[in-house]
Design a protein around this ligand. Structure first.
Ligand SMILES: *Cc1c(COP(=O)(O)O)cnc(C)c1O
Length: 352
């Protein structure tokens, strides 16, 4: 760090992304990517658009927003698109947080929420999950600040029901409730259809997981037009061409083949359920997951130990070294063949 870095950033604890090893070939079950390639139409669209890179992308992203509105309901004016959903989170923290009020989110959740709060200098309140790692929605009733909830939550994979989300949204009419639905396509109930009822609800989703497009960086938000315009204030003050031409085309192409996404999600859910069953038979405690990963611990092994030994076996999983999660591994659901490799590795590790 140089002496030139603004003092307010000198103590920031930055977000640590999962490992993205560029050399050794691992079975990569650590960052919740899809094990499947994007829909076939996506690479054709990207190739076509690559020949037009001399031109800026459409700053309004109108075609993609219209296609998302057709798919999810509402109008293009109700949709915002961004360079990964992380960018929407960043914009939303800027737009809706602060003013001396706290930002509220669960103590065990997506690590970026704490980072954004710190980056923008907002006080935050990390509300503890219950002993069983579920969110107690009564903790979020009638708060006095911006609320961010991942549903399903990460890294637990556990989901709140729609009526619980409604209770949170209705009891906080003066503050935005952002629901991060990065994993919604793997089985939980989406709040998207509630956006026409609640002016304080912003639902954020991503093409990174269920649509196999983590490398393209494409996220979107759905909410009432006024909220979307608020996000545009931030976008047009930071990065008006935030989504590049190839990614816009890729997003449209993905939406033109919904069956492909639905079928991939179905396979992942099926493999998740058999993986849960097999891990449970091996003595793991596995939290009930509605996502494309499971969060599991074994009473006989430390999380660090299992993570290390799996890595030596060529299988990468995610380990979070915080007090309440240190015993757990977060394991992305891959293909059934990849999960067989994981099970064989675990069997070898746990025999010795
Ligand atoms: C993966 C993930 C994101 C970010 O996704 P991108 O669209 O790739 O930026 C956001 N929230 C949660 C909870 C995630 O797990």
């Amino acid at each position: 760090m140089s002496k030139y870095l603004a003092e307010r950033y000198q103590t920031i604890e930055v977000y640590t992304p999962g490992e993205q090893p560029q050399n050794r070939r691992y079975i990569k079950l650590n960052t919740n990517e899809s094990p499947y390639p994007p829909a076939p139409a996506v690479s054709d669209a990207v190739r076509r658009e690559a020949g037009r890179l001399e031109l800026y992308s459409d700053p309004t992203c109108w075609e993609l927003r219209s296609a998302l509105a057709r798919r999810y309901g509402g109008r293009a004016e109700n949709v915002f698109v961004s360079n990964g959903s992380d960018e929407i989170l960043s914009f939303a923290f800027m737009a809706f947080g602060g003013c001396g009020k706290k930002v509220y989110f669960p103590d065990i959740s997506y690590g970026f929420y704490r980072v954004y709060a710190d980056l923008y200098g907002y006080p935050s309140s990390m509300i503890p999950l219950r002993e069983d790692f579920s969110i107690d929605c009564s903790d979020y009733v009638g708060l006095d600040g911006f609320i961010v909830i991942a549903n399903p939550n990460a890294p637990t994979g556990m989901a709140l029901k729609l009526e619980q989300m409604i209770r949170i949204i209705e009891s906080n009419p003066d503050h935005v409730v952002l629901v991060d639905e990065a994993y919604i396509d793997f089985g939980a109930e989406s709040c998207v259809r509630l956006t026409d009822r609640y002016e304080n609800l912003l639902v954020v989703q991503t093409f990174s997981k269920s649509r196999s497009m983590a490398g393209a960086r494409l996220g979107f938000a759905i909410g009432q037009e006024s909220l979307i315009r608020d996000l545009e204030v931030i976008k047009y003050s930071t990065n008006p061409y935030n989504v590049n031409r190839m990614t816009l085309a890729a997003g449209l192409a993905s939406l033109s083949d919904e069956n492909y996404t639905v079928e991939n999600c179905r396979k992942i859910i099926e493999v998740r359920d058999t993986t849960t069953q097999k891990l449970t038979e091996m003595g793991f405690q596995v939290l009930p997951s509605s996502a494309n990963f499971v969060f599991a611990r074994h009473p006989g092994y430390s999380g660090t130990d299992l993570y290390q030994k799996l890595k030596e076996e060529g299988v990468l999983v995610r380990h979070f070294n915080t007090p309440r999660t240190a015993d757990f591994l977060r394991i992305t659901i891959g293909t059934s063949e990849q999960m067989d490799v994981l099970m064989n590795a675990l069997n070898r590790i746990m025999e010795v």
